[in-house]
Write a protein that binds this ligand. Structure first.
Ligand code: BTN
Length: 246
């Protein structure tokens, strides 16, 4: 049960003290609902990793409507990264970049991560973990030096509600642009968020490792690569097992 509910624009916000994973609670919600927790006991990340979700972080799952053809929404996980970066920049943090596909980084330190899950065809659950004033390394010492948090990047830490408001506003923009078929116009902004030049990519089925120049993504969220061999590749995210920046 949520401890409090409120609204922001089209969004209905459900606040919790402690949950397993906000993504699991959001799975049962219709579009424009968001589940926020102060702590998660079973926070999960991409590649089936666990996600440290200690007190002081912002752990949330926003449910976005995804009407129409599923292919239309292939770009959504990348657009969510764009929305996250824009939102945090709007709070005054500079120098942020996305690490493929949608980790929010300052240099080599991770500020936030995104796990997009589809539980039904009508919606996508955008799970976002933001290091706000927490200390992930106190729960997992291996994270020492690998993360950063908003409290260390801003002289005046905005309220949690302000961070959430900025994020939900930008997620709405991303959803509306995709639904309106405006991805083409949106791509340059998306591609600027990465600042990646050369990469080594591990592909699955058939397994293959390739190296070349990162040329951004197309309207379906496919990765565009110009290999050193001269070959051009256009890879759906599902075929990209690992992308390493060089
Ligand atoms: C990653 O970088 O691997 C993605 C991390 C996503 C973590 C968030 S926290 C809120 C939501 N609930 C979860 O269990 N995971 C996501």
């Amino acid at each position: 049960m949520s401890t409090a509910s409120s609204s922001a624009g089209a969004w209905r916000i459900h606040n919790h003290e402690l949950v397993g994973s906000t993504n699991d609670l959001a799975a049962q919600q219709p579009g424009w609902n968001v589940v926020v927790a102060k702590r998660q006991l079973q926070g999960r990340g991409r590649y089936k990793r666990s996600w440290v979700s200690d007190e002081g972080g912002i752990w949330l799952s926003a449910v976005l409507p995804t009407p129409g053809q599923p292919e239309t929404w292939a770009v959504l996980p990348l657009a969510a990264g764009w929305a996250l970066r824009e939102a945090i920049q709007s709070l005054g943090v500079t120098g942020l970049r996305l690490r493929w596909p949608n980790d929010l980084m300052l240099g080599t330190a991770k500020l936030a991560g995104i796990l997009v899950e589809r539980f039904n065809p009508e919606t996508a659950v955008i799970g976002i973990g933001i290091n706000y004033a927490n200390s992930p390394e106190s729960e997992n010492p291996e994270l020492a030096g690998m993360t950063t948090r908003l409290a260390d990047l801003l002289q005046r830490l905005p309220a949690r509600e302000q961070v959430l408001g900025a994020l939900l506003a930008h997620l709405s923009i991303a959803q509306q642009r995709i639904e309106a078929g405006e991805v083409e116009a949106f791509l340059p902004a998306l591609n600027r968020a990465w600042q990646i030049k050369r990469v080594t990519v591990t592909l699955n089925s058939p397994s293959r490792v390739v190296t070349g120049a990162f040329e951004g993504v197309d309207t379906q969220g496919r990765l565009l690569l110009a290999l050193d061999s001269g070959e051009k590749l256009c890879l759906p995210p599902i075929e990209v097992e690992l992308l390493r920046e060089l």
